[in-house]
Design a protein around this ligand. Structure first.
Ligand code: CUA
Length: 349
């Protein structure tokens, strides 16, 4: 029962968590309101596996509520009906053993457990498909401490779009996710779209969803994976086919190369940035998010803050300002280096 109460209040819990993020981030000045104030309520499902999970949640909740009402009702009735009265003298009649009662409280729970087990098995079959649904878009997901990498096949079939933390998908098309981990166990969970699926090192798992309406669907890594587990947020934007195509075209377009920021680009290559971050045609680092089109994203640090020039500068200066314990160190750049690198990154639209 408590589990369900917690799930049902998911929305407000998340709103509290997101508020904390913006107030803790001293250097961050969110201008677009609360970026992570979203709906994490499993009862507002918008995808077939999420509907299945919602249905079984209601079934379990209903059965548990009925048991609660019956047991508590009988208990209260007994307390009142058989309370000690003034005219009672000595011990009441002691009753030992009753075959009908023993039989009832053995058979009824067995039937309840049996019904719940069958319903759960059916839900598991529907949620955990063993192969991709027909017509699905195959997306590789790689979990890192503490961000998500996505590899989406390019629409033209040549090459792959590599992006981080923010996935764009077409409405109405099944999305088949292949889950990999680069380090420890994580869990992929977008409450309105699907159930939790563990993301395990050296073991491939799959999950799927199919967004039934356009909108932003938020999620959360659901397996404790270290210091910044709480800020390993998921963000899926479902759009119509035309907008998805436009997103793919943009994400596979060549990196912007602006001569005005060449100084920053050279610093990116001369300092340690290039060791961890890939920018198509510029660098090939793989430990951190691909930055080729970073400015097409809305958040930084896997959803820890909105992405804008202020937060970007704060992040490059010292990521620990926004995300304590994250794996990107401060390079202790002087203000001129910081300005040049941020100016360069801001052109990567
Ligand atoms: Cu990744 Cu928790």
């Amino acid at each position: 029962m408590f589990l369900f109460l917690i799930l049902m209040t998911g929305t407000s819990l998340h709103a509290i968590a997101a508020t904390d993020v913006s107030s803790n981030a001293v250097v961050c000045a969110p201008s677009s309101g609360n970026i992570n104030a979203g709906d994490l309520n499993i009862f507002h499902s918008a995808s077939p596996p999420a509907h299945d999970i919602r249905e079984i949640a209601w079934l379990v909740l209903g059965i548990c509520a009925a048991i609660f009402v019956v047991v508590e009702g009988v208990l209260i009735w007994s307390i009142i009906r058989f309370r000690k009265r003034a005219r009672d003298a000595g011990e009441p009649v002691q009753v030992f053993g009753s075959n009908p009662v023993e039989l009832a409280w053995t058979v009824i729970p067995t039937i309840i457990v049996f019904v719940l087990a069958l319903a759960t098995l059916r839900t598991i079959r529907e949620v955990e498909l063993t192969e991709a649904p027909a017509g699905s878009l195959n997306v590789d997901v790689i979990a890192h401490q503490w961000w998500w990498e996505y590899r989406v096949p390019n629409l033209e079939g040549n090459g792959t779009i590599v992006t981080a933390n923010e996935l764009v998908v077409p409405v109405g098309r099944p999305i088949w996710l292949t889950l990999h981990s680069a380090d420890v166990i994580h869990s992929f969970w977008i409450p309105q779209l699907n159930g939790k699926t563990d993301v395990i090192p050296n073991h491939v798992n799959h999950t799927w969803f199919q967004a039934e309406r356009a909108g932003i669907f938020l999620g959360q890594c659901a397996e404790y994976c270290g210091t910044q587990h709480a800020n390993m947020l998921l963000r899926v934007t479902a759009v119509d086919d035309a907008a998805f195509k436009a997103w793919c075209v943009h994400q596979s377009s060549a990196v912007v190369s602006d001569p005005a920021v060449e100084q920053g680009r050279n610093m990116f290559l001369d300092l340690a940035c290039m060791n961890c971050h890939a920018i198509d045609g510029v660098s090939e680092g793989a430990f951190g998010p691909n930055l080729t089109h970073i400015m097409s994203r809305t958040t930084i640090g896997a959803g820890v803050a909105p992405l804008n020039p202020t937060t970007l500068r704060a992040w490059v200066d010292d990521p620990q300002n926004l995300k304590v314990g994250c794996n990107m160190p401060s390079l202790e750049l002087d203000p001129n280096q910081l300005d040049a690198i941020v100016a360069y990154l801001l052109t990567l639209k």
